[in-house]
Structures are given as structure tokens and as C-alpha cells.
Design a protein around this ligand. Structure first.
Ligand SMILES: Nc1ncnc2c1ncn2[C@@H]1O[C@H](COP(=O)(O)OP(=O)(O)OP(=O)(O)O)[C@@H](O)[C@H]1O
Length: 244
């Protein structure tokens, strides 16, 4: 399969203020994303995985370093264009006022593209929300329903890169598997790439081609998924995977 470089990160760092002092959350994060690929972004809590995703999605700013999507820096895009193509899906989905359908339509309105109702219904069915009434108030949905509606809302944009931040964290097993199947077929059909933060190692192993592992305040490992799970390079990764 031919691949194409779509995202290029060079020397990204993030400094944060903690207890009145500045500290480095991570630095020297350099990696490239070839399309189409699914990356599992792994690491212990607090390593900055969500922050890195948010930087890639232009929802947070790096302290240093550069990032390019299709060879162009953020300044060479409007942020709306970038966010349409490189789309962040949060763990705690934010619903807009109004119905489920209003929420799904919102992206079409924002990006001035027709609303594909048939696709929206299909995607909702595929992620286990076949029972959901599109007229239901979005604020009345459960956490897991909101997560999936937010995912569908992002898929309707047909982004090149999906930044998935623990999006199955509040789902039961059945719904989680439905979402995994949906994303696998979406990846195949749309050639969409994904950077997927998860604490579910089985999910990461089954659904990704590569692992980016964050530890020691940087992107410590970047390798094929099976190799990472069998023979990671670093002591930190062996400890993380509980490999003796
Ligand atoms: N702008 C900021 N200012 C202050 N602290 C921040 C900022 N951004 C992130 N942090 C802190 O940095 C740490 C890492 O956050 P982040 O959510 O990115 O880590 P994570 O690896 O995704 O963790 P988890 O796996 O628990 O979700 C957290 O303690 C968070 O509060």
C-alpha cells in the first residue's frame, strides 16, 4: 500500500505551570504520521498524551517545536480548515444545545457542507446507537451515548486524521466493540489515519499498526505495535507492559 506523509512533528515541547512553578510536561517529541495508519498513543497517566493530541488538533499550543499537516504549518491554514481535517474527539464529549440531530448538523453548518443524514444514521447504528431518537435532547444522553454522538459528529467531517482521546472509556463491552469495528472499517474505507489514546492495552494491540509510547517526559518509543508489545526497547515500556 502506498503511504503519504501527512503529519510531521518536530521537537515539540510543552511547559506547564504547576504549584506556581513551571515544569516540562514533555519535550523533544518528534514523529511522522504516514497515511493511512492507526497509532496507539500509550503511556502512564499524566505523561501529556491528551495535551499532545490537543496540540496536534490546534486546541492547545506547544511551547517549542513545529508541526506540519501536509507540509504546511498551522499559520498556513485557517484554524477551521486544520480542525476539519485533523479532528480531536474528546473523552468527555461536549454537546451543543438542542437535539442529537442539531448536534450532528452543527458540523455541516460550521463547515458549509451538506448534512448527510443517511450516513449519520448509518454511523449511529454502527456504533450501537440504533435505538437513539435523533430528536432527543442531547443534554439528556448518557455519558457513553454522548461519546458516540461526538464521534459520529466528527466522522461526518471525513477528517484525514482522527485524534481519539479515550473515546471508549465509558462504554460497556458491547458498545466498545461496536466502536472498534466502526473505526476499523472507517479506516479501511476512508483511508483515515488515527492517533488513539487508550489505557486499554488489548484495544491498542488489536487496533493499531504502531505505538507511540510516552514516558520520561518525551515520546520514548515509536515502533510497530507487535514489536512494542513483544520486545519494547526501554525499561519504562517493559515496566508499563509488565514484561519481566
Ligand atoms: N495548560 C496546562 N496547564 C497546567 N497543567 C496542565 C496543562 N495542560 C496539561 N496540564 C497537566 O499536565 C498533566 C498531563 O495531562 P494530560 O491529560 O495531557 O496527560 P495524559 O497522559 O493524557 O493523562 P491521562 O492518561 O490521565 O489522561 C496533567 O497533570 C494536567 O493537569
Amino acid at each position: 500500500m502506498s503511504t503519504e506523509l501527512i503529519l510531521d512533528m518536530n521537537g515539540l515541547s510543552k511547559r506547564i505551570a504547576a504549584l506556581g512553578e513551571e515544569r516540562v510536561l514533555f519535550s523533544g517529541v518528534t514523529a511522522r504520521l504516514e497515511q493511512p495508519a492507526v497509532i496507539a498513543l500509550l503511556g502512564l497517566s499524566g505523561q501529556g498524551k491528551s495535551t499532545l493530541l490537543r496540540i496536534i488538533g490546534l486546541l492547545d499550543a506547544a511551547s517549542e517545536g513545529s508541526i506540519r499537516y501536509r507540509g504546511r504549518k498551522p499559520e498556513e491554514w485557517t484554524s477551521q480548515e486544520w480542525r476539519k481535517k485533523v479532528c480531536y474527539v474528546a473523552q468527555h464529549a461536549v454537546m451543543l444545545p438542542g437535539s442529537v440531530e442539531d448536534n450532528l448538523r452543527a458540523v455541516s453548518i460550521l463547515h458549509k457542507q451538506p448534512f448527510d443524514r443517511a450516513l449519520a444514521s448509518q454511523l449511529l447504528r454502527d456504533c450501537g446507537l440504533e435505538h437513539l431518537d435523533l430528536g432527543k435532547r442531547a443534554s439528556d444522553l448518557s455519558g457513553g451515548e454522548k461519546q458516540r454522538v461526538a464521534l459520529v459528529r466528527s466522522l461526518l467531517l471525513r477528517p484525514d486524521i482522527l485524534l481519539l482521546d479515550e473515546i471508549t472509556a465509558s462504554l460497556d463491552l458491547h458498545s466498545k466493540q461496536a466502536v472498534e469495528r466502526l473505526l476499523a472499517s472507517w479506516h479501511r474505507q476512508e483511508a483515515a489515519s488515527m492517533i488513539w489514546v487508550t489505557h486499554d492495552l488489548k484495544q491498542a494491540r488489536q487496533n493499531s499498526h504502531k505505538v507511540w509510547f510516552m514516558a520520561e517526559h518525551t515520546l520514548l518509543e515509536n515502533m510497530d505495535t507487535e514489536l512494542f508489545f513483544q520486545r519494547p526497547d526501554s525499561e519504562a515500556a517493559r515496566k508499563f507492559l509488565q514484561i519481566p
